[in-house]
Design a binder for this molecule. Structure first.
Ligand code: SAM
Length: 240
């Protein structure tokens, strides 16, 4: 095979898109299942919104979702990137990382399959533990196969263990009163707690002294909190 044939561009058509509580990149966990209360929907788009395409998938507890990092794809890539796990200082080859800025901007996440919904042309997979931005285009879905995909003895260099933080989280009375009025299925209290325990701040902010204030949007809610040392305090939650 000639090199030009190998390098021929490939055209890929998304098969669906993600509806996620994560409305901006900030605060999305860096891998799936780090925040298990992050529930999303994978909506199949025409002509794939047909029950036949997913028949049998309900037998699997987890699936691979292959997607495009659409929000950052037009920003290109570089050979060397700075993984947040290394404090944003050391550089690694992009193919030695899960960085978003990569050639072809393809991502892959093994997520929980919570349920399947087929009503006419509405074909939706309900997912748990996602690390996906709202609106993410999905290019393929595959069942997760534990006998082959779960490599318990594999080693993973600088990312060998689940990221640990000691961050604690508290809520103001006002924030708790707001949560009490939201749909219990959203598990908003646990969801916000898990997101903040991940310490979503950029690496360069983590060792700074003093109180830092932040905001994020989850579902249709604006959440404001501050960080003091290793403690997050949720001050206010408002509807968008
Ligand atoms: N699990 C995937 C993988 O390994 O390919 C994604 C890992 S990547 C480090 C996770 C980050 O991708 C999230 O923290 C979020 O900031 C970003 N992200 C998620 N969906 C995105 C999208 N559609 N476009 C751009 N960035 C996205």
């Amino acid at each position: 095979m000639t090199l030009s044939a190998v390098n021929t561009p490939i055209e890929i058509t998304p098969i669906g898109h993600i509806r996620s509580p994560y409305k901006q990149k900030f605060a999305i966990p860096r891998q799936p299942r780090l925040v298990d209360t992050a529930k999303a929907q994978l909506v199949l788009d025409a002509p794939f919104n047909n029950e036949e395409f997913i028949r049998g998938i309900e037998e699997f507890s987890h699936i691979w979702v292959l997607f495009r990092f659409h929000e950052t794809a037009d920003k290109g890539y570089s050979a060397l990137v700075r993984p947040p796990r290394l404090g944003g200082n050391a550089r690694k080859g992009v193919f030695a990382t899960r960085a978003t800025f990569r050639p072809n901007a393809i991502g892959m996440s093994a997520v929980q399959l919570l349920g399947v919904e087929c009503k006419g042309q509405k074909v939706v997979l309900h997912l748990g533990g996602v690390d996906l931005l709202d609106g993410t285009p999905v290019v393929d879905i595959k069942p997760y196969l534990p006998y082959s995909d779960a490599l318990t003895h594999a080693s993973a260099g600088f990312a060998d263990t689940r990221p640990q933080t000691h961050m604690t989280v508290s809520f103001s009375d006002e924030a708790l009163a707001f949560i009490a009025k939201t749909d219990p299925e959203l598990e908003l209290h646990t969801f916000i707690t898990q997101v903040l325990q991940q310490d979503p701040r950029p690496a360069y902010k983590k060792n700074k002294d003093g109180v830092q204030s932040y905001g994020m949007t989850l579902y249709d809610f604006n959440i404001r909190w501050h960080v003091d040392g290793e403690h997050n305090h949720v001050e206010q939650i408002t509807a968008l």
